[in-house]
Design a protein around this ligand. Structure first.
Ligand code: HEC
Length: 81
């Protein structure tokens, strides 16, 4: 059976909102254009890569160990809208 992938909103709410909703430890805040604009310039592929490996206080896969790259991408798209 094919595992149904979770929506970006669901991954975001479960794994990312804790830090990204209020900007814990300098995390870019969800849906804050000025926090995300310089990062989005590097391209979504690069952001997905960094999200998988982690960076500074950003834990690998944003603590969602079971997330696929596609699920992480959907979560990033959700918080950069
Ligand atoms: C424990 C807190 C924490 C959690 C949980 C967390 N993040 Fe982050 N995130 C950070 C911090 C802090 C940064 C800023 C890192 C930096 O620029 O040094 C960051 C940065 C990022 C960036 C930008 C990376 C870059 O190259 O500028 C992306 C994309 C990201 N997080 C995605 C996610 C996703 C997706 C999730 C959930 C699956 C998540 N994060 C969960 C703390 C967190």
């Amino acid at each position: 059976m094919v595992k149904k992938s979770r929506s970006g909103e669901s991954v975001y709410t479960t794994s990312c909102a804790g830090c990204h909703s209020i900007g814990v430890a300098g995390a870019p805040k969800s849906n804050n254009k000025s926090d995300w604009a310089p990062r989005l310039k590097r391209g979504m592929d690069d952001l997905v890569k960094v999200a998988i490996s982690g960076k500074g206080a950003m834990p690998p896969k944003g603590t969602c160990d079971t997330c696929s790259a596609d699920e992480l991408r959907a979560a990033i798209e959700h918080m950069t809208k």
